[in-house]
Design a protein around this ligand. Structure first.
Ligand code: LFR
Length: 487
């Protein structure tokens, strides 16, 4: 049986077909498209109809390749949602989490309920764009006319099948789920004037959603598809698709965001985790991801965009190699880098404000991005070890960023840990693994991870001995000299 992962990130989407053949997982890219948000009348929106059409387009490619029957799983980025009326029609365009409407909302809401209380209930980090803050800023009239609030992958599944659910891995990023009762927290819902019934029933990854309704899409020639609800938060799928083994590994899911953390069977909720803004997102099969969001390759994507696309990512790496490293210390987790008008100018302004040299050339800018991301990763790994009392021996980098050997080596050097890079398609692979488990072709997540090890090349990067402590110390000194708001 062929399985298709629909994996949509903030900057690109793909449909990947996979099957087990001779004890190996073989995957094939069948459709790719770019994604992004656009500003309209002062607000930033995703184009959800475009995304929907690309999915249908991809499924029709599957048919043209001879796949008559398949299962399909959908994962996307988290926190964003669609409001539907009684007839199941969309009430608004889909606002992106990088919109500025929630810049100050954490403060407003935590005046009504303390941070400690919200964290104790949910275990979720305070990111300005969590669904709870977005819904708080939502048009109240629209919200009152809303029959259902669906997270993005649940909405896409609903458009294909007519069945509405709330998948838990993604729902945990709303910061509205209670970690003890594993249900929506009524007090939090009340704070934002939302009723429990406005969400569809919570379900676990691996549940069958329904059959694709061909008759709704007469203009496409589509295969027979059974939609399976997978770990629909892309980061949850990425970690299912990470070939970690035993207890002492960390992951770094590296794409538009860098998500660095460990997998766990219980949440870590204490004052240290709260102070450092670590989260306990829900994973597939009852796991938790204790992790930190780091601004990630978004910074480089935006630098590249402002260089008018004159450089490919590979060229930016080559340029970065030519310049003297560690010329600036930049805290890329500062709020200001979430969605500035001009990323290059924002970086330069930050350097001026902190009395550092100003990166000008493409190489200097790229070098500043790579060096500081690697420093931030290394600090996060130290924090993780301290907070969980676990020793981390292996760091698995997955996602598109795993192809960046320069950054992999820097990360190994600065953290002093061996880095294992790949697979770069971990998210689509994790999506496929949940489908394979649901279809009883695999027994559990461990057999899935063994299958990944047997099927994909994983490259290792050993740390070179150098003066990492000193570099990290300088970075921390710079951070403490500022009092800035972080994501
Ligand atoms: C990664 C990701 C992160 C989430 C951010 C916003 O694609 O899903 O896990 O914090 O996007 O949704």
């Amino acid at each position: 049986m062929i399985h298709i992962a629909v994996d949509i990130g903030a900057s690109s989407g793909r449909l990947v077909a996979g099957e087990i053949k001779n004890g190996k997982l073989t995957i094939k890219d069948i459709h790719r498209f770019s994604n992004g948000f656009e500003k309209k009348d002062g607000t930033y929106y995703w184009d959800i109809d475009y995304i929907m059409n690309e999915i249908l387009q991809g499924l029709s490619v599957a048919k043209s390749l001879g796949f008559e029957e398949c299962t399909v799983g959908i994962d996307t980025w988290a926190v964003d949602y669609v409001l539907l009326d009684q007839n199941g029609d969309r009430l608004q365009d889909v606002v992106t989490y990088r919109d500025h409407r929630t810049d100050k909302t954490i403060e407003k809401l935590t005046n009504l309920m303390s941070k400690e209380e919200i964290y104790r209930k949910t275990g979720i980090q305070f990111l300005p764009f969590n669904t709870i803050y977005q819904l708080f800023e939502e048009d109240q009239e629209l919200l009152q006319n809303t029959d259902k609030i669906l997270m993005i992958p649940d909405y896409l599944g609903y458009r294909l099948t007519g069945n509405a659910v709330t998948e838990v891995t993604n729902a945990s990023t709303t910061q509205l789920l209670n970690i003890d009762s594993r249900a929506f927290d009524e007090e939090l819902l009340e704070l934002i004037s939302v009723k429990k019934e406005q969400f569809a029933a919570l379900i676990e990854p691996g549940t069958e959603l329904g059959l694709l309704k061909h008759k709704w899409f007469p203009e496409y020639d589509l295969p027979e598809c059974k939609i399976i609800t997978v770990a629909s938060h892309d980061t949850a799928s990425a970690i299912v698709g990470t070939p970690g083994d035993g207890e002492n590994w960390a992951y770094l899911s590296s794409g538009t965001w860098s998500l660095i953390g460990i997998e766990n069977h219980k949440p870590f909720i204490d004052s240290y985790a709260l102070a450092d803004n670590y989260t306990n997102e829900w994973g597939a099969f009852g796991t938790f991801r204790f992790l930190k969001n780091i601004m990630g390759l978004w910074i480089l994507q935006e630098v590249r965009r402002k260089l008018n696309g004159d450089f490919s990512f590979e060229q930016l790496v080559e340029e970065a190699k030519q310049v003297q490293p560690f010329q600036q210390f930049i805290n890329f987790n500062d709020h200001r880098f979430l969605n500035p008008v001009n990323m290059i100018e924002e970086i330069q302004e930050y350097c001026r404000e902190t009395n550092q040299s100003v990166p000008e050339s493409a190489g200097e800018l790229a070098s500043a991005v790579f060096n500081n991301l690697a420093i931030i990763y290394a600090i996060a790994l130290e924090d993780l070890e301290r907070m969980t009392s676990k020793q981390i021996n292996r760091v698995h980098i997955v996602g598109g960023g795993a192809n960046n050997e320069f950054l992999n080596q820097l990360t190994a050097n600065l953290s002093g840990k061996t880095v294992y890079a790949g697979p770069s398609e971990a998210t689509a692979i994790g999506n496929l693994i949940v489908q394979l488990i649901a279809n009883k072709e695999l027994e559990h997540i461990e057999s899935g991870r063994q299958l990944i090890k047997d099927s994909f090349k994983i490259k290792s990067f050993n740390p070179y001995p150098d003066s990492k402590e000193d570099i990290i110390r300088q970075f921390k000194r710079m951070l403490y000299s500022q009092n800035r708001e972080e994501i």
